[in-house]
Unconditional design. Structure first.
Length: 1036
């Protein structure tokens, strides 16, 4: 290995231009602080899943009817959207949602525009009764930043909702970064028009006559009147000013010229919607207020602005004393905790690294030089992050925390070499120049290999790429920053440090180093005599380690580690048809148990459905409770353990007719795959009853498996349905249309919103309906009036038959065909591969009817892609590291020697993983694989510097063996320094303390354990391989 570059280069310029370097350093500080101020703060990088969803609501319509009338039409049009790789839909009562998936990396805005065009074409095939279709991209940044429950001790929930809707929410809508303040969760005020159907029939009127009459409730512009003096705008006014005017609404009678008033056939009341959903916080009823932030807004800044506004409203008594506002969800809390913990890991790691430096160098001044270099390199990182448009999140802060140890590597090598030369040369400046010229190429080479090892990460696709790309970019920026500081500021300052005085601490450290050198020299002299035995020994332990790693992967492999945000969700399902009161009674019993548990901060309940933003999904036999626990480090139980304990407590209630399951929620809006469960199996077919039977059969075969739990399928829940079959012949003979029957049913069941009523600045629905007391049983439904013919009242029983049947609560489709989806979660520390293997065995002889297909829902593909990705990235990283070294040194042999040590770092990784798993359950996840790949660029650093030193000594004419021994003795101190500082710099992160540590802890553990073991490889294996491969040169 011959080095063409020997001058000081930029380092020499820095030594000779102290003022210039000082000004550049001050510039970096100023620009870095500005860049830090401008960085937005969030939990994760801005992840937009390559998915577009179309959602259509048509309240009250059964799932099967929604599928036929809406879902199929949407699928047919949306399926031809450009670049769409899959189309899936989920249809339930009153709601149809179609998801389009695209390859990762797709311009999702372009895909959204294309899908919108297809949706516009589909609209002409859709019923007119639907609410306007909504189309949006699946963007986690659109999740609520803040959620409140507003409660009162004085007014009803309807009055409270009115106040929140029209007063409180307006105070937040115009705050910076706020997209919307949305209200949900209590019955709204409305005007009810209750029709006397018998009187309607006697007067020969139809429901359509009433609906058309309400169309006159509007104001319309009349254009501009051009007078001689001025122009005057005109408009026609037809809106109701009060409820009395609604009563007097004229309806054309059945005979020419006759007029019937609404009061003749209906009663009117200022009322509320029917209560179908109840919202509570800590068992106190209220109204939910959700604050949506703009996608690019800073989450913590938005939360701070909202809370400041809220405090101001309370202090100025704009919020009455009888109203209390409590937080349900606050995205910024976990963000602040996670960033605080990552920042603590960064700072504490830097402090530990500086302590090591002081122990080795024995000089406060030299330690402060490196202490100055660390924050300066971090500020350069902030500048590069800002230029790249990155945010300050758990991954970028983690990248800096991981980089703290690496930040000091270059500065330590430079500083130590300068200190060593200054001990030999009284002219400190010249000594610094000589030292920088000697070490520059090694520093550039090691930095280049660090970068080469992380470059492959930029080619990662999928969720892993979206999640870790910013970490890699930040780490790369930190590495570049460390190189800039190491070759500029450190030489400039070190050249002016003239203190090499000894002290007690330094002397003690030197004594330890001398003892290590003494024993090391004795060992290395024995090892070089038996190079083959040494290499065979390392190969044997490497082989054993690889088998151990494979076994660990089989037992504990997962795509990503679980994060403990301290959130639990309880899903409560009642028997089909269960009313809200009975459901709520059971929910309140569960709430009472929650109130007695440890670590609970709050619990938020929705009885009779669920709420998301302003959207309310009502289902009387479904409820959910979201529980927030205290921070992870303040409790003894993980979320999984806490949920398991709660499940056992709830089981004691013996709630007959209810299914209750408490489980740990993941990070809201963050998904590691396209589904929500660990495992998904699908059976495709046409008949819903057959799909339900097959789903039940699959569950019976999987129930006893030891690696999975919470097994369920999509058609387990069903609902009782009244199927109304119209006799078209009889209906036509009476002049009754299908639309007449449909309108009559809608008005009878839930009412129909026909217009609106404006009271001041507030707008309320006008709902036409029948008296609820008329519909106390299914037979009563047959008596509703659907029209009249020749003065005869026509009832539903005259034109249709009513049948009872069971119907699924939702229908799932994939590739435009019906499917039943069987889902399951992994048990404890079970791996995905273990679960999939036992599922394959259990279903090996599963018989399917003709034209029915069983296939993987994505779990197996995800596992295979994860394994393949790890191998490809590792191979690519090793190749690039080799290429960089070969180019740098114009040699193939020495780069190959250096690379020989890389595979053996897995031994240290395995030792570390086995040790950690004695105390915590650490799955083999993608961060671990990424940590192994990163090691390829890190562990070669010391080997590069060692071989560089061997070559330098050999250039002076020293023989091969002596050069190897002298070089290893000279480089032992800096090798120990760099490894210790890197290891200690990453130790706080590896300890995984606090919220948000789960994603970065595995990577830090791998680097710490692998790098620690690399000391043995660098000091014992690399010299032996070097001697073995250079013996012929020595003979010549």
């Amino acid at each position: 290995m011959r080095r063409p570059f020997k001058s000081g280069g930029i380092a020499a310029w820095s030594i000779n231009h102290p003022i210039g370097i000082s000004m550049l350093a001050v510039t970096v500080v100023v620009l870095g602080l500005f860049a830090l101020k401008d960085l937005s703060i969030d939990l994760f990088p801005h992840i937009i899943y390559p998915e577009v969803r179309v959602r259509i609501l048509d309240p009250g319509v059964p799932a099967k009817a929604m599928e036929d009338r809406i879902t199929r039409q949407l699928e047919e049009q949306l399926a031809i959207t450009e670049n769409a790789i899959s189309i899936q839909s989920k249809t339930r009562e009153g709601r149809s949602a179609v998801d389009l998936s695209f390859p990762y990396g797709t311009d999702i805005n372009l895909a959204l525009r294309d899908a919108s065009t297809r949706l516009d074409r589909a609209k002409r095939f859709l019923p007119t009764s639907i609410e306007p279709p909504v189309i949006y991209k699946r963007d986690p940044s659109q999740l609520p930043a803040l959620e409140f429950v507003v409660s009162s001790t004085k007014i009803s929930t309807t009055e409270l909702r009115d106040w929140v809707d029209y007063q409180l929410s307006n105070w937040f809508n115009n705050l910076p970064g706020v997209a919307a303040a949305e209200v949900a969760g209590a019955p709204k005020r409305e005007v009810k028009v209750v029709i006397d159907q018998e009187q309607l029939a006697r007067l020969q009127l139809s429901y359509d006559d009433i609906i058309k009459a309400f169309e006159n409730n509007k104001d319309s512009p009349g254009g501009e009147f051009h007078a001689k003096v001025k122009n005057i705008n005109t408009r026609t006014t037809g809106r109701f000013n009060n409820l009395s005017e609604i009563l007097e609404l004229p309806i054309p009678g059945n005979t020419p010229g006759s007029i019937i008033h609404l009061k003749d056939i209906a009663t009117i009341s200022d009322a509320t919607e029917d209560e179908k959903l109840r919202v509570r916080l800590n068992s106190i009823s209220g109204v939910k207020l959700t604050i949506q932030k703009q996608p690019s807004a800073n989450t913590t800044a938005v939360v701070d602005a909202v809370m400041k506004q809220l405090n101001s409203l309370q202090k100025t008594n704009i919020i009455p004393e009888h109203i209390t506002i409590n937080k349900v969800g606050d995205q910024s809390t976990f963000i602040r905790h996670a960033l605080r913990n990552a920042s603590f890991a960064t700072v504490s790691g830097a402090i530990l690294a500086m302590i090591v430096i002081y122990l080795f160098l024995g000089s406060v001044r030299r330690t402060l030089i490196i202490g100055t270099a660390i924050p300066l390199a971090i500020l350069i990182t902030f500048i590069l992050m800002s230029s790249a448009g990155l945010s300050l999140n758990i991954m970028t802060i983690g990248g800096i925390a991981l980089g703290v140890g690496l930040l000091v590597d270059n500065t330590i090598v430079m500083q130590e070499n300068i200190a060593r030369h200054q001990l030999l040369d009284a002219n400190y400046t010249q000594a610094a120049l000589n030292a920088t010229g000697e070490i520059n190429s090694a520093i550039i080479a090691s930095t280049s290999t660090n970068l080469a090892a992380v470059v492959p990460f930029l080619f990662i696709g999928g969720i892993v790429g979206l999640l870790f790309s910013e970490l890699i970019l930040t780490l790369s920026a930190a590495i570049i920053g460390s190189l800039i500081v190491a070759v500029t500021l450190v030489p400039a300052l070190s050249a002016r440090v003239n203190s090499n005085k000894s002290n007690a601490i330094h002397d003690a450290c030197n004594k330890i180093i001398k003892n290590i050198l003494y024993y090391y020299e004795k060992i290395i002299l024995k090892l070089i005599i038996h190079p083959i035995k040494v290499i065979l020994f390392f190969i044997i332990i490497l082989t054993l380690s690889l088998f151990t790693f494979k076994a660990l992967m089989d037992q504990k492999e997962r795509l990503l580690p679980k994060m403990d945000e301290g959130q639990i969700r309880i899903r409560i399902k009642g028997d089909s048809g269960m009313n809200l009161d009975k459901m709520d009674l059971a929910v309140k019993k569960i709430e009472a148990i929650i109130a007695q548990q440890d670590y609970v901060v709050s619990w938020f309940t929705t009885a009779g459905g669920f709420v998301f933003g302003r959207s309310e999904f009502q289902k009387s036999n479904y409820s959910s409770i979201s529980i927030q626990l205290i921070e992870r480090q303040k409790r003894d139980l993980t979320v999984d353990q806490w949920a398991k304990k709660l499940n056992s407590e709830v089981k004691k209630l013996n709630l007959v007719g209810f299914s209750v399951l408490a489980y740990a929620k993941g990070i809201r809006g963050f998904r590691s795959n396209r589904g929500d469960d660990d495992i998904s199996i699908r059976i495709q077919g046409s008949n819903l009853d057959e799909l339900r039977r097959l789903g039940d059969e699959v569950i019976s075969k999987l129930q006893a498996l030891k690696h999975i739990k919470n097994i369920q399928h999509s058609y387990q829940d069903s609902t009782e349905e009244l199927s109304i079959k119209i006799n078209q012949l009889r209906a036509t003979s009476f002049g009754i249309t299908t639309n007449d029957v449909s309108t009559a049913l809608q008005i009878a069941m839930q009412g129909k919103i026909v217009s609106d009523y404006i009271d001041g600045d507030r707008q309320y629905n006008i709902r036409v309906r029948l008296n609820n007391k008329l519909l106390t049983s299914p037979p009563a439904l047959a008596n509703i009036v659907v029209g009249s013919f020749n003065k005869k009242t026509i009832r539903l029983r005259d034109v249709a038959s009513i049948n009872h049947q069971s119907s699924p609560t939702n229908i799932i489709r994939d590739k435009q065909r019906r499917i039943v989806e069987i889902s399951a979660s992994l048990k404890g520390s079970s791996s995905l591969s273990q679960a999939l293997d036992e599922i394959d065995t259990a279903l090996e002889n599963f018989n399917l009817p003709k034209n029915y297909i069983l296939y993987d829902g994505g779990s197996k593909k995800q596992l295979q892609e994860g394994e393949n990705l790890g191998y490809i990235l590792l191979a690519l990283a090793i190749f690039l590291v080799f290429v960089v070294m070969a180019i740098q040194y114009e040699s193939l042999r020495n780069p190959l020697i250096i690379l020989c040590g890389v595979p053996f770092t897995i031994v240290g990784v395995i030792i570390g993983l086995l040790a950690v798993n004695l105390f915590i359950d650490l799955p083999i996840s993608m961060p671990i694989k990424l940590g192994i790949i990163m090691l390829t660029g890190i562990v070669v650093n010391n080997a590069i510097v060692l071989i560089e030193q061997i070559e330098n000594i050999r250039d002076t004419g020293v023989d091969l063996v002596a050069a190897v021994i002298d070089a290893t003795k000279q480089r032992l101190r800096p090798i120990l320094m760099t490894v210790l500082t890197t290891v200690l710099g990453m130790t706080p992160l590896a300890m995984g303390i606090g919220d948000g540590a789960e994603m970065l802890q595995p990577m830090a553990i791998v680097i710490v354990s692998g790098l620690s073991f690399s000391v043995l490889i660098t000091l014992f294996l690399i010299p032996v391989i070097y001697l073995l491969t250079h013996q012929r040169d020595a003979i010549k």
